[in-house]
Design a protein around this ligand. Sequence first.
Ligand code: B12
Length: 282
Amino acid sequence: MSKFLTLHEAAERLGVHYMTVYRYVRLGQLAARKERGTWRVAESDLELFQRRDNGSGAADAVSRRSAPWSARLGNRLLEGDATGAWKVVEGALTAGLEPLDIYCDVIVPALEHIGSAWAKGEIGIAEEHLATMIVARLLGRLGPSFNRRGRRKGVVVVAGPQGERHTLSLAMAADALRAGGYSVLEFGSDMPVAEFERQLEAWLPVKGVCVGVLNDEALDAARQMVAAARRIVGPTVPVVMGGGAVPDEDHAIRLGADRWADLRSVADAIEAGRHPAVTVSV
Ligand code: B12
């Protein structure tokens, strides 16, 4: 656990006036949380700030947009600090990041950091679960900002195969599709293929199907899910894959999908449709 400092202590360490530190906090440059009316700064956040600022006191010159939001969020997640985590997101939004930038450039790298800390044995499963629950709440708060006004372009189905338990990534992909103007039918992960087929048939016509996989062990089930989708949706409807276990287009195509996408490209991947090969008989 990181030690918490008052703003006076933080100011002393930085060698600046108390009001200067207060301004860093108000501008979202230095992460802090309020406890019983008093601001507290985690030592780890102060160190991050100092590294960024190189101790020169030139923090005002730091571009707020490119501030180390994801490292700040990572620290809040590791502290189990939901309020502080939301403050970081709010700070990043105020600094001009779009909600999709928050997903791609702040939340995803913070989760990557948590995942590698877990893989190296530096944190346990409990910390990972704490972080997951905080991120779930962040997505809940950010979600509505992805909705677009106007007519929807149609329904896109988003699901993860049986054996896959990662759901945050699917929720983020669904929001990216909403930002692109689609209605999204979200089945979450661990979807048995027979049930998926039944549901997909009931929801036809759809504009696209997205299958997300993060766990290598669910890749076989993902292949079956993609094959089922391909059989059920029409010949012009794209089946798109994404997620950490499907790193690129080659992998997606080998698993039977039409294309690969990440959060930034998923709406365009659906929009592009599918162009089945034309067979010319002579
Ligand atoms: C949170 C988490 C968990 C949580 C999940 C909670 C939840 N409700 O989602 C819990 C604790 C349950 C968990 C369990 C496990 N996890 Co885990 N987990 C993570 C962690 C930290 C974050 C996952 C996440 O949401 N990332 C955010 C997504 C959006 O990032 P991304 O996958 O890089 O995706 C990018 C693109 O691919 C795209 N994208 C993502 N999804 C989709 C979907 C579509 C449709 C599209 C188009 C695009 C797209 O968006 C991103 C950027 O553009 C990752 C670390 C990491 N690097 O991600 C490990 C990680 C994914 N987990 C891992 C492992 C090994 C496991 C377990 C096997 C551990 C265990 N031994 O029990 C189990 C497996 C459970 C299961 N059966 O699936 C490994 C996966 C290795 C692998 N390739 O197989 C990782 C990478 C950790 C690591 N460094 O080793 N995990």
